[in-house]
Ligand binder design. Structure first.
Ligand code: ZN
Length: 411
């Protein structure tokens, strides 16, 4: 069976406006060798019988149609790219870990009465997949969009840290604390204990953190950080900003972006795209109008909504062209391209697959020669690509391309 040619036009078309899914649909099932053989056998049998001359032509054609219909589901699944192909030379990948709150065991929401130790198989598998694919996918950076824990308790932070330990020293990474990573009064004390500046101080790619916030318990000690890396002949700065970052954090971010104006900038921050206004009823999370959110969850009066973060900070910086976010599991995946003050497109990209059964990771493959980013959503456990989910049944919500200028325009 012919696999899809990566260079062909069969990829979902380039889309640079917001995409919001709607109706539910069954998830396509992964195929196995057994089902493949099972569905193709009648087809082979029909052909063989006809060739031996034991069937009249009309009966043969009838059997052929029946066999073809039986094989159709298999053809549909394998007609798409089934798994992530290796990254070609000259390309590189940034992997984004979406919200990773799938904890099980003692004191977790899903197993409140359990006495088992706390585990997070999905996050553990995400980090294993990343390690296994460092070379194959040419991974240069890993960004976590936040909600690394579900409940802000030491047991879950210990598990999160053990998972991320697998990446430590192997690949540069950063974490943007989400609303679940903030405690009461929106402090990030437990995050700071697990992922504070001391953990990263010796890393050559570590840029630094906001050192003098108005409220250190909320915004200090790596709750807002930046990292530096180079790939494809380009230099990058990536900022990880806490959920609903207050003004002092945004002023610090302004300074970092100005200081590194010669680098391509990326921001990861937890809230970004989702329901425009705070839903008052459950169904509004899926049915209400969506876009750059105008509501917030952290820091009380001091907190900035995603829309305020864009207006106060992000849109001013010519070098900032990509913003990763999470938080909205019922919006799940969405992208929105806005123009900044310099007339350049800025892609906002949401991924939060918490409500799906798949263990989805996002791989952003940069193709410098084509000025393109290929975006793939891959299950870190099964290795297959996402062809649709209950919330977003269309494949191009999960596998798509983005325009991203990389080569200098010719004079
Ligand atoms: Zn969240």
């Amino acid at each position: 069976m012919k696999m899809r040619d990566q260079s062909s036009k069969s990829w979902p078309c380039r889309i640079s406006v917001l995409n919001v899914g709607g109706a539910s649909a069954p998830r396509p099932k992964a195929t196995s060798l057994i089902t493949t053989v099972g569905t193709l056998m009648p087809l082979a049998h029909s052909v063989a019988t006809y060739l031996t001359g034991s069937w009249p032509r009309r009966l043969f054609l009838k059997q052929l149609v029946v066999a073809f219909l039986a094989a159709l589901p298999w053809l549909q699944v394998t007609g798409a790219e089934p798994t992530i192909p290796p990254a070609p030379e000259g390309s590189f990948s940034i992997v984004v870990i979406p919200d990773s709150q799938k904890y099980l065991g003692r004191g977790t929401k899903s197993q409140a009465k359990s006495t088992n130790e706390v585990t997070n198989a999905a996050l553990l598998q995400h980090t294993r997949w990343i390690l296994d694919n460092l070379d194959k996918q040419r991974i240069v950076f890993v960004s976590h969009v936040g909600d690394i824990v579900d409940r802000n308790v030491p047991e879950q932070w210990a598990v999160a840290r053990r998972c991320m330990d697998q990446l430590h020293g192997r690949v540069p990474y950063g974490i943007a604390p989400g609303n679940h990573d903030h405690g009461r009064a929106t402090q990030t004390t437990l995050f700071q204990q697990s992922f504070g500046t001391v953990r990263f101080a010796g890393m050559p790619w570590y840029g630094g953190a906001f050192a003098e916030p108005r409220d250190p318990a909320a915004s200090g000690n790596n709750a807002n950080s930046f990292q530096l890396f180079s790939a494809g002949g380009m230099e990058f700065v990536i900022l990880h900003l806490q959920c609903n970052a207050p003004d002092d954090v945004l002023q610090w971010a302004d300074g970092v972006l100005r200081q590194h104006a010669g680098r391509r900038a990326i921001v990861t921050t937890h809230m970004g795209l989702g329901p425009l206004e705070q839903p008052k009823q459950k169904d509004e999370f899926t049915t209400g109008p969506k876009g750059l959110m105008k509501w917030k969850k952290c820091h009380g009066e001091r907190g900035n909504t995603p829309e305020q973060m864009w207006q106060k900070c992000f849109r001013k910086h010519a070098n900032l062209r990509l913003i990763f976010c999470g938080d909205q599991s019922r919006t799940q995946a969405m992208r929105l391209t806005l123009q900044n003050d310099h007339g350049k497109p800025v892609h906002w990209l949401l991924s939060d697959y918490m409500q799906d059964v798949g263990w989805w990771l996002r791989a952003y493959r940069f193709l410098p020669g084509k000025n393109l980013i290929e975006v793939r959503t891959v299950d870190s456990h099964e290795g297959r690509l996402c062809e649709g989910t209950k919330f977003l049944p269309k494949p191009d919500e999960h596998q798509f391309q983005l325009d991203y200028e990389m080569t200098k325009p010719k004079p």
